[in-house]
Ligand binder design. Sequence first.
Ligand SMILES: NCc1[nH]cc(CCC(=O)O)c1CC(=O)O
Length: 319
Amino acid sequence: MDSDRGPRPESPVLDRIVVATRESALALWQARHVVDRLRALYPWMELVIHGMTTQGDRILETPLALIGGKGLFVKELEVALARGEADIAVHSMKDVPMTLPEGFEIAAITEREDPRDAFVSNAYASLAELPAGAVVGTSSLRRQSQIKARFPHLEVRTLRGNVHTRLRKLDEGQYDAVILAAAGLKRLGLAARITALLTPEQSLPAAGQGALGIECRAGRPELAQLLAPLNHAETAACVRAERAMSRALAGSCHVPLGSYAQLADGRLKLRGFVASPDGSSLVEAEETGDPAAPEALGLAVAASLRARGAGQILAALDA
Ligand SMILES: NCc1[nH]cc(CCC(=O)O)c1CC(=O)O
């Protein structure tokens, strides 16, 4: 029973996968990327993209931290999975809450694109060159706290919307510079807009930045098995360490924190920071551990941060 999609197994358990995605240009790129990879692996498979608008896309002016966080980009896609309207959802791992709701799993984490933050400006070459009072656009507490701690003479202003909207607001002159994820710009063919890449010392990335996660309902082993080849083991180890650190510090987008792991010489190195939103307090820590036990490393860095005063910063946020 060969179809025009090429040879297929005698009796496939699954011959159609519906992919739920948001409809921003970046989300669609990410969904198509996963579809292309699945098509290369399973040419006989029918692959359907199911575009959806989420709360996070509808509420555009308010900083996400004030309206329920980045989970707003994920929840509606999970409802589609729960209802059986879609089989998988493709997310930027940095938008995925640190604890998934019961009944869902991340079946694969794809190879990381550039995890760094990018400085984008039409007039200045780098953060260091911005004059006192220059206006930098970002709505991420993580980026804001680091800029305020390291470049206290700059003014940080809210910037929301999808990648194209943010660049338009820069080009209209509303900001002297904006900070965006390099991964998003590169995926959208906008790498030429990157004025400078920020080093991890200037702006430590968010947990999971640059990696995609493929989510499905738990308890679908036949689906999980089809997705497994898309998992990139090194990226997954890094992202698991980063997320464990963030989770241990009650990570959400209400908390300015960053977490960034790298593999080198068979060891996993994880750096993290926690800061107050205005950057007046910022603590950093770094530990090295076994890539086979990434969560343990995440917990170790969280403990180091607490030993350096992260607990007080977190307590002040709750107050
Ligand atoms: N918060 C929105 C978001 N989620 C993921 C990315 C970029 C791609 C990625 O990190 O995988 C972006 C845009 C940005 O932060 O500039």
